[in-house]
Design a protein around this ligand. Structure first.
Ligand SMILES: Cc1cc2nc3c(=O)[nH]c(=O)nc-3n(C[C@H](O)[C@H](O)[C@H](O)COP(=O)(O)O)c2cc1C
Length: 209
């Protein structure tokens, strides 16, 4: 076999062996109308753990919830949550559903599949966690936070708090259930998401109907 042909054959083997992760485009998020913020504040609450039905979220609902968590709302450098020094979101949001795990890419408002398989039953300390249709996983981005030194941990928690409260309010406005979960299986999340050293899972947000 000639060298170019061998190279093509090798590339083909790698292409076929690589996992066929499918990225998931999201519909444009709703940015006007809907329930007013004061009504949403009045309705915000945590869904009881056992209350999630098996019903899936629609892509529109997921799109709105993720945009509320850390979507762009002003050009290319303004987000629905405040970030220290106006830095890009240093807390990443993953979505785990029955099919796999996806990373929310706020720049393109889309989901990048990072693995297949249902991990919902593996990542929370409480058994009802797996009942949520979708679970948002908030992860401190160690690399992005390095510039803040020792303050990085605090900043990541402030960010996760703001993001999850936005999700609570968006869920209330959409008539969906949401619940903040701090009792996570840290090592299981790190392993399931293949997180690099320095990244820290902070909390989960259960979502469902
Ligand atoms: C920092 C924090 C950690 C929490 N961790 C958990 C948790 O691990 N498991 C759980 O079921 N609920 C958890 N919750 C949800 C609270 O139990 C819930 O917010 C609280 O009961 C008040 O209810 P409300 O959100 O409806 O006002 C947590 C909430 C917060 C703010």
């Amino acid at each position: 076999m000639s060298r170019p042909a061998a190279l093509v054959a090798l590339l083909l083997v790698f292409a076929l062996a690589a996992p066929a992760w499918a990225d998931r485009p999201l519909p444009a998020p709703r940015q006007e109308g809907g329930m007013g913020v004061f009504e949403a504040l009045k309705k915000r609450s945590s869904a009881a753990g056992g209350d999630f039905s098996p019903a899936e979220l629609s892509q529109e609902e997921l799109s709105n919830l993720l945009w509320a968590a850390s979507g762009l709302n002003r050009g290319q450098t303004g987000w629905t949550v405040p970030m220290a020094h106006g830095r890009p979101p240093y807390c990443r949001v993953y979505v785990a559903d029955k099919d796999g795990v996806f990373l929310y890419d706020w720049a393109s408002h889309s989901l990048k599949e990072i693995r297949s398989g249902n991990i919902k039953g593996d990542i929370g300390a409480q058994s009802f966690v797996k009942k949520a249709a979708a679970i948002l996983i908030f992860v401190a981005d160690g690399q992005a936070l390095a510039e803040f030194g020792a303050a990085g941990e605090e900043l990541s928690h402030v960010a996760a708090g703001a993001m999850t409260q936005n999700v609570y309010l968006a869920a209330a406005a959409l008539g969906l259930g949401a619940r903040y979960i701090r009792s996570i299986r840290q090592e299981a999340v790190i392993s399931a998401l293949s997180l690099p050293k320095g990244d820290t899972p902070i909390c989960l947000m259960l979502l469902g109907k």
